[in-house]
Write a protein that binds this ligand. Structure first.
Ligand code: CA
Length: 228
């Protein structure tokens, strides 16, 4: 098996080196870019399996880079883990809104970093059956990762796709946030329940008119319904 490629975008050499050494020791193939320009060069050359993206960078911020890479077809499905020194919840949510899959708050342990990288890789792995599920006019093909509504293709991010896939496989049932973290994220030890709300919001937006099919059930969680 090929070693998962991790692109580290971090302007502080000592931190980047420490991360790279730990990744190498644990079976990953890290590359390092010190800013957005260097990172773009790396990305154009070899598409990584995961991007570790520092929030505070000279030039383009990590947030701006996450937004840019999410918008580009080539890089849009590469998981992004934001590295942030800030503890503020609004910043973390801003990172997730910009398209990051998760965030790690500095200082973090090697074990925490590895757990989060493995979690995003697992989420991305195509473990689902190659099947199309449809609810009303909404269709999802887990083999081709395509979502459509009334035959029109919809753009859905990788985490939102997994969330939708799970909801559609269990329609009309209410799932609590912790159940969704467990089933969709797989390894939710480090993820807050608020993360679910952020991704549900993004999923609804991505689904457009069909977004109303994802219902919030007060005090209970979320469900997908054909009756919206
Ligand atoms: Ca920095």
């Amino acid at each position: 098996m090929n070693k998962p490629k991790v692109l580290i975008v971090e302007d502080e050499p000592s931190i980047a080196e420490l991360i790279a050494v730990n990744l190498r020791h644990n079976g990953f193939a890290p590359t390092w870019a010190e800013d957005g320009v260097a990172a773009q060069r790396e990305l154009d050359a070899v598409l990584p399996d995961v991007i570790l993206l520092d929030w505070m960078l000279p030039g383009q911020s990590g947030l701006a880079l996450a937004r840019k890479w999410r918008a580009e077809p080539r890089s849009k499905s590469v998981p992004i883990l934001m590295l942030t020194a800030r503890g503020d919840e609004p910043d973390k949510v801003a990172g997730l809104d910009a398209g990051a899959d998760d965030y790690i708050t500095k200082p973090f342990s090697t074990q925490e970093m590895l757990a989060r990288i493995r979690a995003v890789l697992r989420r991305r792995a195509p473990e689902q059956a190659s099947d199309t599920v449809a609810i009303g006019e909404l269709a999802l093909d887990s083999a081709t990762h395509r979502v459509s509504w009334k035959g029109q293709p919809l753009k859905v991010g990788p985490t939102e796709f997994k969330l939708l896939n799970f909801l559609m496989a269990h329609p009309e049932r209410v799932h609590s946030r912790s159940q969704l973290l467990d089933k969709v994220w797989g390894d939710h030890v480090f993820i807050e329940e608020r993360t679910v709300d952020v991704h549900v919001k993004r999923l609804r937006e991505a689904l457009g008119m069909a977004g109303a099919m994802i219902e919030t059930v007060r005090g209970a969680g979320y469900r997908i319904t054909a009756q919206a």
